[in-house]
Write a protein that binds this ligand. Structure first.
Ligand SMILES: Cc1cc2nc3c(=O)[nH]c(=O)nc-3n(C[C@H](O)[C@H](O)[C@H](O)COP(=O)(O)OP(=O)(O)OC[C@H]3O[C@@H](n4cnc5c(N)ncnc54)[C@H](O)[C@@H]3O)c2cc1C
Ligand code: FES
Length: 265
């Protein structure tokens, strides 16, 4: 884990309320795995006091770490105002990333909204190996253009709540169809998005007997396992009790989570 100041290389709007930021952070980038995250300090001095967690969305070149973020509150609004050359505190790589097989068939990435962020990194890392991606979001204006971010051989299918891009429906509809098709099932499903979506992805994966890993979100204070502020309920298979999203996650085997007792966003 490295605590450094990372210079902003670029910070641009890519879709409605969504920004892509490039940070010069080669030391963090070189030891990071898909699914890990960084804690970014956002303001001058102590305001806001707490750093905010963001998935490592991927890389551009050898030394630029990408963050894809949605403006939801004060910290992310401050982030969107930062220009090239500013530097900010950056701690990472943190947490447990996706456990990806060297071979073992197709990895199927399933993204809901801003949940595409860690899955870009996953698709970048699977270059040359079979990888498909299903993306769902509310409307076309919220779709992140992926052409410049992921290898061209990725199979990407889009669905929107209002039918303004791709079909009308939910990403879990696409997943259900994909798993129901006669073609070879994926070797692994990796998903990130709102918790109700992840619960349904976990259910469909279990029904189809396909391994599934989910990246969860929780409000975080320390990001390193000290404050217990980010826990989710563990299944009895994972010993019951609670799991820290920042330390035991953010990526979990879907079977480790007690979906009935976890009520995140
Ligand atoms: C491991 C991890 C990875 C993440 N990766 C990304 C990413 O790649 N891109 C991205 O845009 N966001 C990501 N998030 C969520 C991001 O951390 C929050 O959106 C951010 O902290 C909000 O800060 P804020 O000051 O703007 O909002 P605040 O003013 O703190 O809160 C504003 C609103 O956002 C909600 N919110 C705040 N934090 C979270 C959170 N962690 N999860 C869900 N809702 C939250 C609050 O409930 C509130 O409604 C990630 C969160 C985690 C835990
Ligand atoms: S944020 Fe402190 S334990 Fe996870």
């Amino acid at each position: 884990m490295i605590d450094m100041r990372a210079a902003v290389r670029f910070n641009e709007a890519v879709a409605k309320d969504l920004f892509l930021m490039g940070l010069e952070a080669p030391a963090i980038l070189h030891s990071a795995r898909p699914g890990q995250f960084v804690m970014l300090g956002l303001g001058e001095g102590a305001d806001p006091l707490l750093r905010r967690p963001f998935s490592i969305c991927g890389r551009k070149g050898e030394d630029t770490l990408l963050i894809l973020y949605r403006i939801v509150g004060r910290g992310t609004a401050l982030l969107a105002r930062l220009g090239e050359g500013v530097d900010l505190p950056c701690l990472g790589p943190l947490g447990r990333g996706f456990d990806l097989p060297e071979d073992g068939g197709t990895v199927l990435a399933v993204a809901g909204g801003i949940g595409i962020a860690p899955l870009v990194s996953l698709m970048q890392s699977r270059s040359g190996r079979p990888c498909e991606c299903l993306i769902g979001c509310r409307t076309a204006a919220e779709l992140v253009p992926l052409d410049a971010l992921v290898p061209p051989d990725r199979v990407i299918r889009v669905i929107t709540d209002d039918g303004s891009s791709g079909r009308r429906g939910l990403v879990t509809d696409l997943l259900e169809e994909r798993l129901g098709r006669k073609e070879k099932p994926p070797g692994l499903i990796c998903a990130c998005g709102p918790q109700p979506m992840l619960r349904e992805v976990a259910r469909l994966a279990a029904q189809a007997h396909v391994s599934c890993q989910v990246s969860l979100e929780a409000r975080m204070a320390c990001g390193v396992g000290a404050c217990q502020g980010c826990v989710v309920a563990a299944s009895t298979g994972a010993g019951g009790g609670y799991l820290r999203v920042c330390r035991e996650g953010p990526v979990f085997d879907a079977e480790e989570v007690d979906w009935g007792r976890s009520h995140g966003r």
